[in-house]
Design a protein. Sequence first.
Length: 456
Amino acid sequence: MNAWTQTVTAKVLGIGVLALLMTIPLLQVSGLVRERQQLRETAIAQIAQGWGGAQVLGGPVLTVPTLRQVAVADNQPPQWRTGSESMLADTLTTDVSLAVQTRRYGIYDAPVFVATVKLDGSFRAEDLAQFKQASNAQWQGSKAELRLPIGDLRGLQEVGELRINGRPARFDSSAERLGSWPNVMVPIDLDALGNQPIHVEISLKLAGTESLQLLPLARSTDVTMHAPWRDPSFVGAALPLEHQLDAKGFSAHWHLLDLNRSYGQHWTDGGDGMDKSLQASTFGVQLYQPVDVYQRNERAGKYGLLFIAMTFVAFFLFEVLRRLRVHPVQYLLVGAALATFYVVLLALSEQIGFGAAYAVAAAAVVLIIGGYATAALRARRAGLLLGGVIALIYAMLYGLIAAEQYALLIGALVLLVMVALMMYLTRRIDWYAYVPMASEPASPPPAPPAAIMVQP
């Protein structure tokens, strides 16, 4: 056998190759995490199907049918094309109170809510007159509608009150849409109202899953929201001006102007690109789950190769510094135990939560590898020490997973310390030296050459 293959350098290169081979099971585990996450998303979709999905709620939009004359050839009777024009309220005040609970589908759960909503919107008479005069079409005011966009109509549980200028009214279903969202509507006779402003009051209950966002469909939009959920994630085009978080939940307040969005108070026949503009203007809250086991499992898997390499380095240092000999198959078995940790962690975290699952899986792997090292290295003290090192590695890994905002900084510092420690411990190693077998005695130093006697 080539003597170079028995050197410490060859051993290090071989360990590096083995560590890279362990990326194969780590990739399989990563695919398993994604598969389980997709199953959870499917379960959430099943919950939303019967309850109501992620909700989007707008304000009342006044839509007026129009007739527009189309240019025709000479001596032909005039032709008219139907269309519509929409305008938004001057002010819109929305008060939202969320009642949150958790629904399960199999082993998966998702936060669902029932939002008690009160809407108060006003259309100025001056705006109505201005837009009617500016239009180059004939308004059919007697056929006007007030439309309310709702993201998922399955979640509309109750309309407690609908008043237009103090008079009770009732919503009807509608085939029309505002952007990509369906509407409910109530007919309104603008001709009968004359030059009066329009004041709309709406109270309703809206069920949904995980997310509630709103549309700023007024010149001035004020939204107040509160819920008994301690981990809200404020999303969308605008963050709340004020918010409070405590043990009981959160409250938030938004204030938006028409100048804060990319569409105006009035548009014709839906307008060009209105869907994208409306989508871009949504804002609200997502009921974030900070203990999402799949996010943490995925984060743990990202450090898998690093910690397998660190464990291999620990074995290598014991092998070289204590003049032992560990077979590559033994490294592979240790690597397999380390990769199995991620499968056990994923399976247990779905049942008992991430923290408890991590403690159980890490303790099992530490005991297995520590016991195996005791037998393989034929040294109980070495096995206990190696088990302690692996336990420390898993403790550092948990710290990286828990520190969401500072994970990169902590990981970089840990990596720097580990590299420095490895350089310090291996500073006196002769990388060309022969690695003896565990049963081989160390070679004695060569005897000095005998003195040559010269006869006079």
